[in-house]
Design a protein around this ligand. Structure first.
Ligand SMILES: [Zn+2]
Length: 49
């Protein structure tokens, strides 16, 4: 189990997502569940519950 960085809910699947920042000196990496990750919802649906 992993925790989604965005909604703080535990999920069986989370994906690394690099949030675009204005500065390159500080990079923000998030771990997002399917609901929060952009473009990932369609992929998860195929896996079933
Ligand atoms: Zn989430």
């Amino acid at each position: 189990m992993a925790e989604c960085t965005n909604c703080k809910e535990e999920s069986t699947h989370v994906w690394k997502h690099r949030r675009p920042t204005e500065t390159t000196t500080h990079r923000t990496v998030e771990w997002l569940c399917a609901r929060c990750h952009p473009g990932m919802s369609d992929t998860l649906r195929n896996e079933g519950a």
